[in-house]
Design a protein. Structure first.
Lengths: 341, 388
């Protein structure tokens, strides 16, 4: 048992962080606010060249052959940087294509073909996981495919089979949203969870992105608490500011620990992998949403402005908290599972 | 990164499980006094004789010199049996023992570590005072050097197991002329010394193992000073890091099994309409959230153990474990009361009574070993670098 990053994983973290800082820094992501697409295509291609979209696919499937824990280390950095674009659904889409037997499609996705994320409305999924009704498309602006990942099955669906797709403003300025109303799915590729637990992996990777947000906001708040002076003292001396910062640190630490536990549980195919993955998503969503909100509060007036970055973390956490089911869905499922190993 | 245990570790777990199943005490632990002391020490002695004491303690101190992971496995199996936390042996095994290992002289180690493992002695802690609680460094119990002895006068409070203890890790003021952190000494005090008066304090759960301790010119040999005169603050911080770092595994595992027992309780307890309490959506969601939270607490425990395998002492992030465990434990106990409803009013010796008793006892958790407020200060100042 060892639940800390290896030197190789530290290397993945530092090299991806410096790539993101130089190629896709937050000011660049902000430049794309208001543009039709939120993707910096040049940065996206470079990420593909680095192998990001097939990092945890076996080499025999055209991937890099790393584990989900390694991928989580990368996604934590993506989350922290607020890099925009369908990273999550593209990585998972490559798995669906590959495990459904469409190696050519998998290769295209690994090479950088984007896959958006289809998020069914609450009443659009039946008990046997057929989908009809309202579907929200996240970051699917110039994608011809979307991923719809449900607990037992994950599908790749061609956007042109979804009828009229209407772009709508997204609550998150650095994400893109569209609506479709469908009478059913006609997937180009489908994988069941026993072949590859795509949705479960998605929960862990979403938890990693959310952990990155929880950590980034913790650091912004702590920095402000140290440097902002009022009544002749840094505001961080006051426990009304200090203790919320401590709570942010605890939430971020728990979030990352459980994300790693969930990732390794899937890598090792443990019987409680689903419970661990769902727990990671629940804990990480809570950490990111609360830390981002608490950061706005610690910052005060500046935290509520468009100019400061704090709101972008609030908004991204809000979006990620709603992928692969909300916390209420995760909790319902959690209670039905056998207890942890 | 891996969660898997090696073959050696799995064999070890089987061995532990088999031995515990055959040897763990099945009778109810006495709640007070000498009977409790004898019960706890007999259990320690039994473990020692079978080679289970001090699993991760170095061989030179009488331990088995095995890994922290093996210690974790022991605690996990121990807690799964529903065993209470480390009881009256806690300060010796989790506080004084580890502190002596890192800070004491070879003579002190030889004199005190083996008896702790053998189950010969009970230790207690003499840190808090009436005017020095969260502000521990302002402690005033005075010690004056007289020849080769310290002469100690003053008062300690909130001392668990003082009445049944043989030894105490005691913080005293040896210099009043310097800033408060620099005049403190950590000393091994014989609780049977003349001049010590232990007065029990009854707590809200009805227990009486709490006490205040008065010192009237108690003489302690200078050879019992650990870490040097006026160097006690650093030694005490090491003690507290151990308390917050490694000692929480049992409580963490117990909390997990408590949540599972509560889920079962909610399944078998019916509401006014004859439906299981678990059908209540709000309650079900709280229980599911508790499941996720104890999963994360376990993950953080594993992270801590993995880090500790690469360093000599736990870091300040142990405060996160302590804080989160205490907050969660209180929440979980409240859920028990919610499920039991009016049945929670009776302190009867049945399942419901035990939940109610533990609910009362849980109020101590956010106070003992550093209040949740102090833990938040430590996290903010030492982990995030916020100003004091």
């Amino acid at each position: 048992m060892e639940l800390i990053a290896s030197p190789e994983q530290d290397e993945i973290a530092s090299s991806s962080a410096s790539f993101l800082a130089s190629t896709l820094p937050l000011p660049r992501t902000r430049e794309l606010i208001g543009e039709p697409s939120n993707v910096d295509t040049s940065a996206w291609s470079k990420a593909a060249e680095l192998g990001w979209f097939g990092l945890a696919l076996p080499e025999s499937r055209g991937g890099v052959g790393f584990g989900l824990a390694d991928e989580a280390v990368l996604f934590r950095e993506v989350g922290r940087s607020l890099a925009a674009g369908p990273f999550l659904s593209t990585v998972l889409g490559a798995r669906v294509a590959s495990f459904a037997g469409d190696g050519a499609l998998a290769a295209e996705i690994i090479a950088g073909r984007r896959v958006g994320l289809g998020i069914p409305a609450r009443d659009s999924v039946t008990a046997d996981e057929s989908v009809r009704g309202e579907l929200q498309l996240l970051d699917a602006v110039d994608a011809s495919l979307v991923l719809v990942a449900l607990p037992h099955e994950a599908h790749l669906v061609a956007v042109d089979t979804l009828g009229t797709v209407t772009p709508v403003p997204c609550v998150d300025d650095t994400s893109r949203l569209a609506h479709a109303t469908i009478t059913g799915l006609a997937p180009v590729a489908t994988v069941t969870a026993d072949v590859d637990p795509v949705e479960r992996r998605g929960n862990v990777l979403a938890a990693a992105l959310l952990t990155g947000i929880a950590e980034a906001t913790r650091d912004i708040a702590a920095e402000h608490a140290k440097s902002r002076v009022q009544f002749d003292r840094p505001i961080g001396v006051h426990q009304a500011v200090k203790h919320p910062c401590a709570d942010m640190a605890v939430r971020a630490e728990l979030s990352w620990a459980q994300t790693l536990f969930g990732a390794v549980a899937i890598d090792e195919d443990r019987d409680d992998a689903e419970l661990q993955a769902l727990s990671a998503k629940v804990v990480a969503a809570d950490a990111a949403e609360h830390n981002a909100a608490a950061t706005v509060q610690v910052l005060g007036g500046i935290g509520y402005t468009f100019e400061h970055d704090a709101h972008l973390y609030v908004k991204r956490a809000h979006v990620l908290g709603r992928v692969f089911g909300e916390t209420r869905d995760g909790l319902s499922r959690l209670l039905l599972l056998p207890k942890a190993e | 990164m891996d969660l898997a245990f090696s073959k050696e570790e799995n064999d070890f777990r089987d061995e532990v499980r088999t031995w515990l199943a055959e040897n763990a005490p099945t009778e109810r632990r006495p709640r007070f006094g000498t009977a409790m002391r004898e019960f706890d020490l007999a259990w320690q002695r039994k473990q020692y004789e079978a080679g289970w004491a001090g699993i991760a303690w170095p061989v030179e101190y009488g331990g088995r010199g095995l890994s922290l992971t093996q210690q974790l496995i022991w605690y996990e199996e121990y807690a799964k049996l529903g065993m209470r936390e480390i009881d009256a042996r806690f300060v010796g095994l989790a506080h004084a023992g580890p502190t002596l290992m890192t800070r004491a002289t070879p003579e002190q180690q030889a004199a005190h570590l083996p008896p702790i493992l053998r189950g010969d002695v009970v230790w207690c802690q003499g840190f808090s005072e009436p005017a020095a609680g969260s502000d521990l460094a302002s402690l005033r119990t005075r010690a004056v050097v007289d020849g080769d002895e310290l002469v100690i006068s003053g008062q300690k409070i909130w001392t668990s197991f003082a009445a049944i203890a043989d030894w105490q890790e005691l913080l005293v003021r040896t210099n009043t002329e310097v800033p408060k952190h620099k005049g403190i000494t950590w000393v091994i005090c014989d609780m049977h010394s003349p001049g010590i008066d232990v007065r029990p304090i009854k707590t809200m759960d009805g227990a009486e193992d709490f006490a205040e301790v008065f010192y009237d010119e108690v003489r302690v040999p200078l050879s019992n000073v650990v870490g040097g005169i006026n160097n006690g603050w650093g030694v005490a911080m090491a003690t507290l890091m151990f308390e917050r770092g490694t000692a929480f595994t049992v409580q963490q595992v117990q909390l997990s099994s408590m949540v599972e027992r509560l889920i079962d309780l909610a399944r078998t307890t019916t509401n006014g309409r004859g439906r299981p309490m678990l059908d209540d959506e709000g309650l079900a969601r709280s229980l599911a959230r508790a499941r996720a939270d104890v999963a994360a607490l376990r993950a953080l425990t594993y992270v801590g153990i993995s880090r500790n395998a690469h360093r000599d002492m736990p870091g300040p992030e142990g405060s996160m474990l302590k804080l989160q465990w205490a907050e969660l434990h209180v929440q979980v106990q409240r859920l028990a009361i919610e499920i039991l409803g009016p049945r929670s009013l009776a302190l009867t010796p049945d399942a419901a009574g035990v939940w109610s008793e533990e609910y009362l006892a849980s109020h101590a958790d956010k106070i003992a070993g550093g209040t949740s407020e102090i833990q938040r200060n430590i996290i903010a100042e030492r982990v995030l670098g916020l100003p004091r």
